[in-house]
Design a protein around this ligand. Structure first.
Ligand SMILES: *Cc1c(COP(=O)(O)O)cnc(C)c1O
Length: 380
């Protein structure tokens, strides 16, 4: 079991997110050491936009990948230079596009022709030329560990690969939009490298096609999605960035002067965060025992939202292992962190750690049931 400074937890009200800052520092150092020379790593803020974490991440030299005007403002406030900010999202508002243009961020990742037309019009009003990348949906199945080209697999993200050439033609005719790159983001919590290998093949093929047409991109953005080990966070506190970056360095055929961009979110911040709660009640059911904790789906929504599973530990007890359903106080049946979880025998007041909660945890917290937002503790 990993070590947490339980003594320091005593006077703090639960639930709160505990962030292991030395682990975040080592993770960032690993990223900076392993990334291909000349590439830019844009941290995806939506995974966690806590200001303390953002400051450390911007100081380490990473750029920012934002999906809203609010995230762009948070990035700038925490020290990310606008020329290292990229902006994605299928539903950018006019005000958000204006904000991006007025700050002169590096690039807007565009997800539809309708959006391109609006960007062209707003850039024209503002008297600027908007740098854009086209987000391509390459039909790579990131979850089944093999890729299928169905031609039917439509989703709201990106422009279908079959429509790319027509869209490029449109962009090249727009006066206030400049095509700078191709953008891809094939999914999240990807735990094998095979989808990335498939992505490299697709990118190489598209680049060949673009070259035949005399269209050159300044950069290729391969998005994020690298997964983490939720089951064994202590064995794998830092994802295998060397293999991840190495795959692109080995397989992608970049053109002269072309830069490679990445957008990792989860893999940067997930393992440094733990949600700390206390046991409120042990409830003996008919066939089950419930550990009712003071953290709920409002603090960490992943289990309720997509049946995600997190490692759970009793930090206080050395007692025999018993099975519990670990549940929160919210008035929803989905407010559960795990069924039949083996915990050291628990009693009221014990500290319960829900591990690997640094990504899509605090950033998804809500005030449902008029609850307070979770607190924060930075571990040094
Ligand atoms: C969410 C997102 C990311 C980050 O994904 P992770 O799985 O957290 O690495 C990167 N790029 C885009 C466009 C995203 O929407």
């Amino acid at each position: 079991m990993s070590s947490f400074p339980i003594e320091a937890f005593g006077g703090v009200s639960t639930p709160f997110y505990y962030y292991d800052m030395p682990l975040l520092r080592s993770t960032l150092a690993t990223v900076c050491a392993c990334r291909p020379p000349g590439s830019v790593v844009h941290y995806a803020l939506k995974a966690n936009s806590n200001a303390q974490l953002l400051k450390l991440i911007s100081q380490s030299g990473l750029g920012a990948d934002c999906v809203s005007g609010g995230e762009i403002e948070a990035a700038v406030a925490c020290g990310f230079a606008p020329d290292k900010i990229v902006y994605s999202g299928v539903g950018k508002t006019d005000a958000e596009i204006r904000l991006a243009l007025s700050l002169a961020i590096a690039c807007i990742n565009v997800e539809s022709v309708a959006e391109l037309e609006v960007i062209d019009a707003i850039a024209s009003e503002c008297g600027v030329v908007a740098p854009v990348a086209i987000r391509v949906n390459p039909h790579i199945d990131a979850h089944t560990h093999h890729y299928i080209t169905t031609g039917l697999s439509e989703n709201k993200f990106g422009i279908d690969i079959s429509q790319l050439h027509a869209v490029v033609d449109r962009v090249l005719n727009m006066k206030h939009v400049r095509l700078r790159g191709l953008h891809f983001h094939i999914g999240s919590q990807i735990t094998t490298l095979q989808p990335y290998e498939a992505l490299c093949e697709v990118v190489n093929r598209l680049q060949d096609e673009m070259e035949l047409r005399g269209v050159k991109m300044d950069y290729i953005n391969v998005g994020g999605g690298l997964g983490v080990d939720y089951e064994y966070p202590d064995e794998h506190p830092i994802p295998d960035f060397a293999s991840y970056f190495g795959t692109f360095a080995r397989l992608l055929q970049l053109r002269e002067g072309q830069a490679l961009h990445f957008e990792p979110g989860r893999s940067i911040v997930c393992q440094c965060g733990t949600l700390i709660s206390r046991v409120l009640y042990i409830k003996e059911g008919l066939h089950k025992r419930f550990a009712i904790v003071d953290a709920g789906m409002t603090d960490l929504m992943r289990p309720a939202l997509y049946q995600a599973s997190h490692k759970i530990e009793n930090l206080t007890s050395q007692g025999a292992l018993c099975k519990y359903d670990v549940v929160g106080p919210i008035c929803e049946s989905s407010d559960s962190f795990g069924h039949d979880v083996a915990l050291n025998e628990a009693q009221r007041g014990d500290f319960i750690a829900i591990r690997s909660a640094g990504a899509y945890g605090e950033s998804m917290a809500s005030r449902y049931n008029s609850r307070q937002l979770p607190g924060i503790m930075l571990g040094e």
